[in-house]
Design a protein. Structure first.
Length: 249
């Protein structure tokens, strides 16, 4: 009579354990891949999920977008420049059954494939392309990774090259190149200004030579400007036309 309550307690505990193992609750962004005796039987969720104890096993998969940081990769570009590049990959699971059945660990597999693709694509590009055509490279990376992860039930929405670390000597060379380019532009602008000024002066001289009256007006304007200044000595310029006759004689 004393052992009966002990068996009852054991049975109740076992029943509670089996009941708890047969009930699962999935959130809105979660799905459950159900295996029955090792065989894939269903995809369920969200909400309340009932499992057969011991027989059914459930693998939970999140459908939210995963932001994966690709570690820095040592890359030699096509023009033999050694750089270190890291990136960010945005992807999500669109087919939970494939993500569990087709690949052992889809997170690790996507990370490893992103690293190898980053080294391969950037190794085929030159340094100038990495710095100036980053958007084009991002699109190419996204297309390649998305194509190869599609059989795993994964959709890669975006890939961004985050940072490109250059060697110190390359940074100094680029700084010198940028400084030389700015100096070249400043010289071109100064020369263009001199050219335009000389053109204006030539046009003015041509107009004054064709219109003697314009030269006289300019002479009178110069005298007026001299008279307005408080000078102790006033110099009156004599037009060349007045002494031309004497020079010829």
């Amino acid at each position: 009579m004393q052992t009966f309550p002990l068996y009852a307690v054991v049975i109740v505990i076992l029943a509670l354990f089996l009941l708890s193992s047969s009930i699962r609750i999935l959130r809105e962004y979660e799905r459950g891949v159900i295996f029955r005796l090792g065989r894939l039987v269903a995809l369920r969720g969200p909400g309340l999920i009932l499992l057969i104890p011991i027989i059914d096993k459930m693998v939970k998969v999140s459908l939210r977008t995963v932001v994966m940081d690709v570690p820095p990769q040592d890359i030699i570009t096509q023009d033999n420049v050694s750089v270190k590049v890291n990136a960010v990959v945005y992807f999500r699971v669109v087919d939970p059954q494939k993500a569990i059945v087709e690949v052992e660990n889809f997170l690790m597999a996507t990370s490893q494939f992103s690293q190898t693709t980053l080294r391969s694509v950037l190794g085929q590009s030159e340094l100038d392309d990495l710095l100036s055509q980053r958007e084009k490279i991002n699109q190419k990376l996204q297309q390649i990774i998305d194509t190869h992860t599609e059989p795993w039930g994964i959709k890669v929405s975006n890939v961004e090259v985050k940072q490109i670390d250059l060697p110190q000597e390359m940074q100094r060379a680029m700084a010198k190149q940028a400084e030389a380019e700015r100096e070249r532009r400043s010289k071109i602008i100064a020369a263009e200004g001199e050219f335009q000024a000389s053109q204006r002066l030539a046009d003015a001289a041509r107009i004054l030579s064709d219109q003697p009256s314009a030269l006289t007006l300019r002479y009178l304007q110069t005298l007026r400007e001299i008279a307005t200044e408080n000078n102790s000595t006033t110099i009156f310029p004599i037009p060349i036309d007045l002494i031309t006759a004497f020079i010829k004689k």
